[in-house]
Structures are given as structure tokens and as C-alpha cells.
Write a protein that binds this ligand. Structure first.
Ligand code: AMP
Length: 214
């Protein structure tokens, strides 16, 4: 199964992709995570994209398309994949369609996780993660049970994404509305688009996605 999760930053794509990966055994391809790993390793790609990401702008299409083209060729994607954060522009969506069509394949489902902008800013600006295991937390909505200690692994080290601040979030939302939202009619015309209510509790969003896939 080949599945795209669409939605603005903070809509919950990463959280839902993680559940689906565990449940369906599909490989999860998060372009944001791949880019952050490149930045952390100070690779040539990381150095090239670091400032772009910090500003909340999009990384050029050619870089992203090459990254996904290489990644989906790998063995763990043989049975399908969940895309989280790609495509983000019409050019990326067309390139993806082309690379799959060359293999006689196509995207099966595109699921939009819909959330109002006003909620997204609060969601993103307060989020942080355990620096050791990556478990996600939030200043307002999801504190660890014991303050300062990760529920999952007991670590006391946490980190925040450098682009998860109010100013950058506004730019990221603008990029979403101008560059990524046109993908909604693009996939709707192809009969692939389904929408779930991203303002419902996390488990309910997962239930709605599961209902689409089964
Ligand atoms: P995310 O973790 O998906 O919110 O992505 C974090 C940042 O990585 C974005 O704000 C962009 O700068 C960059 N990025 C991730 N995926 C893409 C993509 N498909 N196209 C362009 N830029 C991307």
C-alpha cells in the first residue's frame, strides 16, 4: 500500500504515520526527519538546507524529489510506504506520480488531516520531544507524568525543533497554504483524496484513517 498523509505543519501527520507504520508494517518516509538527520550529521545536504529549514521556507523541489526517488528504491519500501511531508508542491506530486508510473505503480490513498490554523500555531509552538527516544510532548496538552522525565524511557533530556517557534510557524503555514494546499484539488481530481478531522482526539483520528484503509 502506498499512502500519502497531507496536512499543515502540526496537523498530526508524524503521529499518525508512526501508528500506521507500527500497525501496517509499512515503511514511514518523513522528509522532515530525513532533512533533520542530514542537518545533525552536517552532511553537504544538511549544510545546504539548514538555513532554509530554520526560516520555515521549503527546500527546493529538485533536492526533495531526488531524496524520495532514492529512498523508495530501497528494500524496506518494497511492500509500500507512508509519506509524511512529501509531496509538498505540485511539482513534487507530479514527479512522484511519474516515478511510480515507470514501475507500473500508483499512490493508493491520499489522506488529508484537516486542522484550523488557529489551533496549529498553539500546537506547534508548545511541542518538544525526548532527546533520547523521540517521544513527543507539549507544554499545554501533553506533559510527562513526572515533570521533566520522559514517560517512555526515563530520560531527563528534551529538545525543541529550531523551526517550532511562533514566527517560523507563521511562515510554514503560509508555505502550506500557497504551495501545498493546491495538492488537495490535484488528488481530488484523481479520486484519491479523503479527509479526516484532525481536531478530534489522536485515537479518533487513527480510527478514521483505519476506516478509510480497510
Ligand atoms: P516537517 O518536519 O515535515 O514539518 O518539515 C520541516 C521542514 O523541512 C519544512 O519546513 C521544510 O523546510 C523542509 N521540508 C520537509 N519536507 C519537504 C518537502 N517535501 N519539500 C520541501 N521542503 C521540505
Amino acid at each position: 500500500m502506498k499512502l500519502i498523509l497531507l496536512g499543515a505543519p502540526g496537523a498530526g501527520k508524524g503521529t499518525q504515520a508512526q501508528f500506521l507504520q507500527e500497525e501496517l508494517g509499512l515503511c514511514k518516509l518523513s522528509t522532515g526527519d530525513m532533512l533533520r538527520a542530514a542537518v545533525a550529521s552536517k552532511s553537504p545536504l544538511g549544510l545546504q538546507v539548514q538555513e532554509i529549514m530554520k526560516s520555515g521556507a521549503l527546500v527546493p523541489d529538485s533536492i526533495m524529489i531526488d531524496m524520495i526517488r532514492e529512498r523508495i528504491k530501497q528494500a524496506d519500501c518494497k511492500n509500500g510506504f507512508i509519506l509524511d511531508g512529501f509531496p509538498r508542491t505540485i511539482a513534487q506530486a507530479e514527479a512522484l506520480d511519474e516515478m511510480l508510473a515507470r514501475e507500473g505503480k500508483a499512490i493508493d490513498y491520499v489522506i488529508e488531516i484537516g486542522v484550523d490554523d488557529a489551533i496549529l500555531i498553539d500546537r506547534i509552538a508548545g511541542r518538544y520531544a525526548c532527546a533520547r527516544c523521540g517521544s513527543g510532548y507539549h507544554d499545554k496538552f501533553q506533559q510527562p507524568k513526572q515533570p521533566g522525565v520522559c514517560d517512555a524511557c526515563g530520560s531527563t533530556e528534551f529538545s525543541r525543533r529550531p523551526d517550532d517557534n511562533r514566527e517560523t510557524v507563521a511562515k510554514r503555514l503560509e508555505a502550506y497554504h500557497t504551495m501545498t494546499a493546491p495538492l488537495l484539488p490535484y488528488y481530488k481530481e484523481k479520486g484519491k483524496l479523503q479527509t479526516v478531522d484532525g481536531m478530534a482526539p489522536i485515537e479518533e483520528v487513527t480510527r478514521q484513517i483505519r476506516a478509510i484503509l480497510t
